[in-house]
Design a protein around this ligand. Sequence first.
Ligand SMILES: Nc1ncnc2c1ncn2[C@@H]1O[C@H](COP(=O)(O)OP(=O)(O)O)[C@@H](O)[C@H]1O
Ligand SMILES: [Mg+2]
Length: 234
Amino acid sequence: MSRYEKLFKKKRIEDYNYLLAKEQPLSYGTESLQKTILNLEFSNVDNKFKTIQVTSTTQSEGKTTVISNLAYLLGQRGKKVIVIDLDLRRPKLHHLVRVPNENGLTDYLLGEKKLDEVLETSEQFGFDYLVAGKRITAIANALTSNKLKELFNLLKEKYDYILLDTPPTYLVSDAYYISKIVDGVLYVVGQNIARKREVKEGIHELNKINTPIIGIILSQVKLRNNQRYYYYGS
Ligand SMILES: Nc1ncnc2c1ncn2[C@@H]1O[C@H](COP(=O)(O)OP(=O)(O)O)[C@@H](O)[C@H]1O
Ligand SMILES: [Mg+2]
């Protein structure tokens, strides 16, 4: 087993408190993530992509991992970044930043907290974040609410990038609701996880909505020596 794989198997990584880009800045994985950012910045010379949704076909393909590494690297490049956990069914961002899933997006949308009470900064990772917040059942209502749209508009004034960790496209409609109110989508495909037909279907359905898919990130790509990397294409 490679050193890289061993590191990914350690508990701290499953806890999402391990950022490859931070801990192994010279690794091939980080290099691929850097290329992803260069591509992103290149397609974004006019700053038209501010709210960026990261989704995938199914769970565990690498969305949260990709988003946290991208946020960290963009922060390193001097960009003002916020990560929002819009995966209201399986929230994970709070594990990465090691806080309880309290005072988050849903609490703000319900009017129980003010914006400055829910926005936090991770000194460790160099980006701001907004955790999912209290569990709610009316998820579709929250994701299609005007208050969420208005929140994006408010945040656009303050940040260069608003990166949205969102549920997968398969089985639930959440990802599609979100894609209607964002500037662009990054689609993560974990190797050998979702079925090809399901991946195609997810991308096809997203294409029906007029939001551009800025890129497709292949994650957990197994190379000859069994290491797993990222690959970016658009
Ligand atoms: N490029 C990668 N190489 C190896 N393991 C990875 C990679 N990306 C993610 N993982 C691991 O796969 C699991 C699922 O990743 P995660 O980012 O939580 O997926 P999602 O957010 O899509 O559900 C985690 O345990 C994570 O550490
Ligand atoms: Mg996730």
